[in-house]
Design a protein around this ligand. Structure first.
Ligand SMILES: NC(=O)C1=CN([C@@H]2O[C@H](COP(=O)(O)OP(=O)(O)OC[C@H]3O[C@@H](n4cnc5c(N)ncnc54)[C@H](O)[C@@H]3O)[C@@H](O)[C@H]2O)[C@@H](O)CC1
Ligand SMILES: Nc1ncnc2c1ncn2[C@@H]1O[C@H](COP(=O)(O)OP(=O)(O)O)[C@@H](O)[C@H]1O
Ligand SMILES: [K+]
Length: 491
């Protein structure tokens, strides 16, 4: 998994990589600039009239100057602005400045008339991970002007003004796209920074995960390439028992759709047998949405150990008898998946937490998490609380959101890269619950079940949204689950 290292460590990483590979820092900057330009030329409408690049004094500015040259070589009209005397800029900035072709228009920022032509693009190379204090003076004036412009805005590495691993503390460039090098800086994954980042794109500049591992601080980014090795393989003689028997408990009156969604998702994730146990006096009153599902009447006494995995909570309601909740925990000794009202009931009855089997997977959204551990002032504090909670209770916490964060009982924290905003729709969390339960039932370790569940769920959302966009509903995500295996090359 790709380590998310701190902004402070980036310099050391660069130095180590440069000396190990025998290349210069200028070469690495050229790679970063080329990676940016490769993204730009394949993503941005080629009919733009003008590209404005704003270059600060450090290496982020140096990237901007190199990008100016490379875009001009590809016949874009480029106007470069620099903010500080070139003599006072970083060495690699200067080296790139001296390589600028005549066709790049160059102006010092304080001599600019402030006009931005229509159909143009703004590229922000003012500050990168080297920001070390709030933006003031000429820098602040520039960012304020740019933030008012209607042109498409693109940030190099990180929107200027945003610190790499903290909450924003002053003026920040508001990008439509952020093209970050090598790994996502931690602050690019915080929900409070959504309006600064726009769409996030991570471009590889060739530094290996092994090189980065030396600097890791226990935070990682989960990508498609990490997933296949987490999967179990099945063979020609596998039978449905090998694929697991799953029970989904929840679904009070009027809310049985939630367990139906979880159960359907478990089937599509390859579970052999899936049962529903709605919280109704007569569970046989409901009709499962698909005929492959079965109903289970739980009388609070049966041994549940016949099931390979259990998920509890979707649509359960808060009227559940706590003795029943306790009876489930007493009758099933393997790790379980807990979601929705299973979590809300836990928040209301904190003593229950000690009865939950170790390594169980809890999947709160931000509000459910707040009910469990109290308010957090920002995502950094929330991450810290997630870590303490997972370590103290020996549980796996899947904190759902745009970049769902999986925290393991040893404190490692893994951000998911898959998914999109179209997944913010009723029931998409129920789908995730069913998927994680399915992998658990197929014999995956709870850690692998959580990671595979989260990644495949996000990918299913991406695939389904290609044809449904804003109209996507949770059932569309379920229908796309089989394609996620194809996409990742998992038989
Ligand atoms: N491995 C990587 O990630 C690579 C990084 N590169 C680029 O290098 C950047 C980092 O470069 P630097 O370390 O030079 O840092 P920056 O370019 O972010 O700028 C740091 C400079 O700005 C000054 N500064 C910081 N905060 C300020 C403020 N509020 N007001 C005024 N001046 C301020 C600092 O004193 C320093 O001179 C990355 O973000 C990336 O764009 C690439 O060139 C090469 C590869
Ligand atoms: N903007 C987003 N980007 C990526 N994934 C998202 C986004 N919004 C929501 N999701 C995902 O959708 C799911 C929503 O779950 P949840 O809030 O429990 O919904 P519900 O209770 O309706 O089932 C989570 O897995 C979450 O990660
Ligand atoms: K920037």
């Amino acid at each position: 998994m790709l380590p998310i290292i701190s902004g402070e460590q980036v310099k050391h990483l660069d130095q180590q990589y440069i000396s190990a590979e025998g290349i210069s820092s200028l070469d690495l900057m050229e790679r970063a600039a080329n990676a940016f330009v490769a993204w730009f030329t394949t993503t941005i409408n080629p009919n733009i009239k003008q590209v404005y690049i704003f270059a600060g004094p450090g290496n982020n500015g140096g990237d901007g100057v190199a990008i100016a040259r490379l875009l001009q070589e590809r016949y874009y009209n480029v106007h470069l602005f620099y903010l500080q005397e070139v003599a006072d800029c970083s060495a690699d900035f200067k080296a790139n400045y001296s390589r600028l072709p005549d066709k790049v228009l160059v102006t010092k920022f304080n001599e600019w008339n402030g006009i931005i032509a229509e159909h143009s693009v703004i590229i922000d190379g003012v500050f990168g991970v080297g920001i070390n204090r709030p933006i003031e003076g000429v820098f602040q004036r520039l960012i304020q002007i740019l933030n008012k412009a209607t042109a498409l805005k693109i940030a190099i590495d990180i929107p200027s003004g945003l610190p790499a691993d903290q909450i924003a503390f002053g003026t920040v460039f508001r990008a439509d796209h952020t093209v970050s090098f090598q790994f996502p800086k931690l602050s690019l994954l915080f929900p409070e920074h959504a309006s600064f980042i726009g769409e996030l794109h991570i471009m590889d500049i060739g530094i290996s995960e092994e090189t980065m591992d030396a600097f890791q601080v226990g935070r990682f980014y989960l990508r498609a390439k990490d997933i296949p090795s987490l999967h179990r393989s099945f063979h020609r003689f596998s039978h449905k028992g090998d694929y697991g028997k799953v029970l989904i408990i929840g679904g009070a009156k009027g809310k049985t759709g939630a367990i139906n969604l979880s159960a359907h998702a478990a089937l599509r994730t390859d579970s052999g047998l899936v049962h529903l146990a709605p919280y109704l006096e007569d569970p046989y009153l409901i009709q499962p949405i698909i005929s492959e599902l079965m109903l289970f009447q739980d009388d609070s006494k049966q041994n549940l150990n016949n099931f390979d995995a259990i998920a509890i909570g979707p649509g359960w309601g808060m009227g559940v008898d706590i003795a029943y909740y306790q009876s489930i925990l007493a009758r099933f000794q393997k790790p379980i998946v807990i979601d929705a009202d299973g979590l809300n009931l836990l928040a209301a009855n904190p003593d229950l937490i000690h009865k939950i089997p170790k390594n169980s997977v809890l999947t709160p959204h931000l509000k459910e998490f707040e009910r469990l551990v109290g308010k957090s002032k920002d995502h950094l504090e929330r991450m810290e609380k997630a870590k303490n909670f997972a370590i103290a209770n020996g549980l796996i916490l899947v904190l759902k959101g745009a970049h769902t964060l999986v925290t393991l009982p040893d404190g490692r924290q893994i951000f998911n890269s898959s998914g999109n905003q179209y997944m913010a729709t009723a029931g998409s969390g129920d789908v995730l619950t069913g998927m994680i339960a399915s992998f658990l039932g197929q014999g995956y370790s709870p850690e692998h079940a959580a990671l595979c569940g989260v990644y495949h769920h996000g990918l299913a959302g991406e695939l389904a949204s290609k044809s449904k966009w804003r109209g996507m509903i949770a059932s569309d995500i379920i229908e796309a689950i089989p394609r996620t295996f194809l996409e990742l090359g998992i038989k």
